[in-house]
Design a protein around this ligand. Structure first.
Ligand SMILES: NC(=O)c1ccc[n+]([C@@H]2O[C@H](COP(=O)([O-])OP(=O)(O)OC[C@H]3O[C@@H](n4cnc5c(N)ncnc54)[C@H](OP(=O)(O)O)[C@@H]3O)[C@@H](O)[C@H]2O)c1
Length: 327
């Protein structure tokens, strides 16, 4: 049997994608085969789709770190055929073919049963971006000291950032959204941002070793000079959840925010977090954190994916892109 996939190939060092028919293999012992109904586009998928060998070592390859669908062949005692499931992260979409194909074969231990109160489209509107935002929010709630200052979210219009804004606002926090997109002010206000800070203006003045505290905590999805600027502006015993690097991988800081204000720089790695943690987050999204993301998603087919990949690489996406496979 064959299945259709967004398939990235390497030729003479150049990478290109096509919609290809691939051979479907039987799942090995301990693996399940999932008929994928929906996937989603994350920044990491765009890196894989464009030949970033730090994400995907070998091509040809099918990206897609997120998948929702039904078990079509379960070579595992954990799942039965027809079970509705979700997979996010681990090696899927990195070096194990992912959700941009209509089927995936993955270890059963990577899979969670989809909560009934969440459909596949809703689950993939959340996807890895939402899990990452949720992990960041929990880290801040578990570890930071209460403060009346706003929480800062950087890369606020992006996938992780926008869901971070929504969750923090839903939890009653004042949210400051840092963005590079002047045209997205209305969007950010509509999802719960109280204050909008333009990135150019924010970065105009060089960062100092210590500054007046402006934020209680922060979800930083971009890293680089933005993260360097945030650290000295966090109030005592605040937490900065560090989850992304689109602005750069280097951070310049002194020890002062840590030793004079006791702030915590907390790393987030949602892809490799335990399956129990992922499952608990999905249950939250199906219940007390149930979100209506319908106004901030674009639903596309494999044929329209390339333009969305190009846009996310330029930093131009707003909200989330969901990939819907054919019937
Ligand atoms: N640690 C983890 O577990 C984990 C999981 C998922 C994602 N991530 C990482 O989180 C980051 C965001 O992922 P995503 O899927 O949300 O991507 P995304 O949708 O493209 O969001 C990134 C946002 O960052 C801002 N941005 C883009 N280029 C920038 C630049 N040069 N300088 C400063 N800001 C810039 C843009 O928002 P504005 O225009 O609003 O500023 C953009 O929309 C990526 O680095 C990704 O690899 C990490």
């Amino acid at each position: 049997m064959q299945y259709s996939a967004y398939y990235v190939e390497e030729k003479d060092g150049a990478f290109s994608a096509s919609i290809s028919e691939l051979e479907l293999e039987k799942p090995e012992d301990g693996f399940v085969q999932i008929k994928v109904s929906h996937s989603s586009l994350n920044y990491k998928d765009a890196l894989s789709a464009s030949g970033n060998k730090g994400v995907t070592r070998n091509y040809p390859f099918v990206p897609g770190i997120d998948a929702a669908g039904i078990i079509s062949d379960g070579n595992s005692s954990h799942f039965a055929e027809g079970d509705e499931v979700i997979v996010t992260g681990y090696d899927m979409g990195m070096n194990t073919p992912g959700g941009f194909g209509e089927y995936v074969n993955v270890p059963a231990v990577w899979v969670v049963k989809k909560p009934t109160n969440l459909n596949s489209l809703e689950a993939m509107s959340i996807g890895t971006a939402g899990l990452t935002a949720a992990a960041s929010v929990l880290k801040i709630y578990e570890s930071s000291k209460a403060s009346d200052l706003p929480v800062l979210v950087s890369g606020a219009t992006g996938g992780v950032g926008s869901i971070g804004v929504i969750l923090m606002s839903k939890l009653g926090k004042e949210v400051s959204a840092l963005t590079g997109k002047p045209s997205s002010v209305d969007f950010l206000k509509s999802i719960g941002a109280d204050n909008i800070i333009m990135r150019d203006e924010y970065l105009e003045t060089p960062s100092k070793a210590m500054e007046r505290p402006l934020f209680s905590s922060a979800i930083d999805t971009v890293g680089g000079n933005v993260l360097s600027k945030i650290l000295p502006q966090i109030s005592p015993h605040g937490v900065v959840a560090c989850c992304g690097n689109v602005a750069g991988i280097e951070v310049n800081t002194t020890v002062f925010p840590f030793i004079l204000r006791g702030i915590t720089l907390s790393g987030i790695d949602s892809a490799e977090s335990s399956i129990e943690f992922k499952s608990s987050i999905w249950n939250k999204f199906a219940d007390e954190w149930k979100l209506d993301l319908s106004s901030m998603i674009k639903v596309v087919t494999k044929e329209n994916l390339q333009q969305e990949i190009d846009l996310i690489l330029e930093g131009g996406q707003q909200g989330r892109v969901v990939l819907k496979h054919g019937e």
